[in-house]
Write a new protein. Sequence first.
Length: 175
Amino acid sequence: MLDINFMSKIPSIAAYLLLLSAPSGTAWAQNSATPFDRLTECQAISNAEERLACYDDRMTVVRAATAAGDVIIAERAAVDAAKRAMFGFTTPSLPSVFGGDDIESLETTLERATLTPNGAWIFYLADGSIWRQIDNTRVPSPHTRHGEEVRVRKAALGSYFLNLGSSRAVRVRRE
């Protein structure tokens, strides 16, 4: 008997999953279709029993590929969290893995700031990221501004600007 509830969930499950193809050394990766692509082909089968058998067979392949680490299933929230964690690092291959919508800025609060011997500031943010000032812009007493809002945004040529509260932006790099 066909479980209608299961069949109705397949498109929504697929919409929330991100499947990454395995390395080219595996047999199914040599074919252009990923296990997920092959699973979705089952939707085109009009006979309900054949469609369910197709889903069962193809899901077995997806589960085996996932167990082997050849396919990764991630929820959008996990992908977005990974993008935020990688914001500011030079990772040329990651945007294509995580999808095309890059993060342009992040907003958090200042945990603390320390002054280096050369007069630049190091900003420790609540999200765990650390940013070092790379210009000579004067920053008004950031060490006394714990908990203040911070915005880091992309600038030209792979650089970043950090705004501490309403202060003027300083150029920074991720540590």
